[in-house]
Design a protein around this ligand. Structure first.
Ligand SMILES: NC(=O)c1ccc[n+]([C@@H]2O[C@H](COP(=O)([O-])OP(=O)(O)OC[C@H]3O[C@@H](n4cnc5c(N)ncnc54)[C@H](OP(=O)(O)O)[C@@H]3O)[C@@H](O)[C@H]2O)c1
Length: 267
């Protein structure tokens, strides 16, 4: 049965990477409230304690009491074994009555923003960044699509947590901007290739998270650094809760063009 436009996300298997804190954690909380009993959330990150705390919180919540199950995968997504662990758990968790597979590619790192492009001479360093931030999201998405192929009655939604940096260059943010631009294009290609899929590049806005704190403390470019400090000082950062609520609105309405890049300020 289709879950679109009916106020919930269906009986879902929802995989969320980077669920231990920040935007991923808020998204996990929101999704748990919007799926039907019998749904499973697969939460992925390296910090086992934080994932365990979130799992316990959700088990105690109304969703948990209503039968939404949470599985955690403690894994480094920069490594193939990490991806394999996510796949293993997701396949184990899948049941025949699941009618919606949702993958939220949220995990990311900022990379070293304390240096300008001309300082990146070490190929291994760049490869390592791209491995986590680009390769892992393509390979995880492809693996999930293969594990849960198209069939009637099964909806499949793939979300890329994007950024303004996918569209605009930020001085001293070469790794991050490159990774986000590549990810957006990856998901645009996927949307062209797989018309049955729902593909969304969601740009969540400037969020008050650990990644933002890192950005305003170590960014090399003085103007960019100042603009992040100003946003923080002037209370212009958004909470993860408000941004995640906008993502949920997009998913529930389900009217976006597959492959589109949608910014929180346009929702
Ligand atoms: N914050 C912003 O202003 C902002 C703006 C635009 C877009 N975004 C995007 O929004 C998403 C969430 O950002 P955030 O601000 O919530 O970041 P965050 O607070 O730094 O959280 C990042 C998450 O990714 C996980 N992660 C990082 N490296 C990982 C690895 N190697 N393996 C597995 N998990 C890993 C982290 O968990 P562990 O450390 O436990 O592994 C954490 O749960 C990212 O895609 C980011 O690029 C953020």
């Amino acid at each position: 049965m289709s879950s679109s436009g009916c106020g919930n996300l269906g009986r879902a298997l929802c995989i969320i990477t980077g669920a231990s804190r920040g935007f991923g954690r808020s998204t996990a909380r929101d999704v748990s409230r919007l799926v039907k009993p019998g749904s499973v959330l697969v939460l992925v990150a390296r910090s086992g304690d934080d994932l365990q705390a979130l799992q316990a919180e959700l088990a105690e919540s109304e969703a948990g009491r209503a039968g939404v199950v949470v599985r955690r995968v403690v894994a480094d997504l920069g490594r193939m074994e990490g991806l394999e662990a996510v796949l293993r758990t997701s396949k184990e968790a899948f049941t025949e009555d699941i009618d919606h597979v949702i993958l939220v590619n949220n995990a990311a790192s900022l990379g070293d923003v304390s240096r300008y492009s001309k300082n990146f001479t070490n190929m291994a360093e760049v490869d390592s960044y791209l491995s986590l931030n680009v390769s892992s999201s393509l390979c995880l998405t492809a693996s999930v699509l293969q594990a849960f192929p198209q069939r009637s009655g099964l909806k499949r939604t793939v979300i890329n947590i994007s950024s303004l940096c996918a569209l605009q260059p930020f001085r001293s943010w070469v790794l991050y901007c490159t990774g986000k631009a590549a990810r957006d294009m990856m998901f645009r290609v996927l949307a062209e290739e797989e018309p049955d899929l729902r593909v969304l590049n969601y740009s969540p806005g400037p969020l008050d998270t650990a990644m933002q704190a890192e950005a305003r403390s170590i960014t090399a470019d003085p103007k960019i650094k100042q603009s992040f400090s100003d946003m923080f000082a002037q209370g212009q950062l958004l909470t993860c809760e408000e941004s995640s609520a906008k993502l949920m609105k997009l998913l529930l309405e389900d009217k976006y063009t597959s492959g589109a890049h949608i910014d929180i300020y346009d929702v």
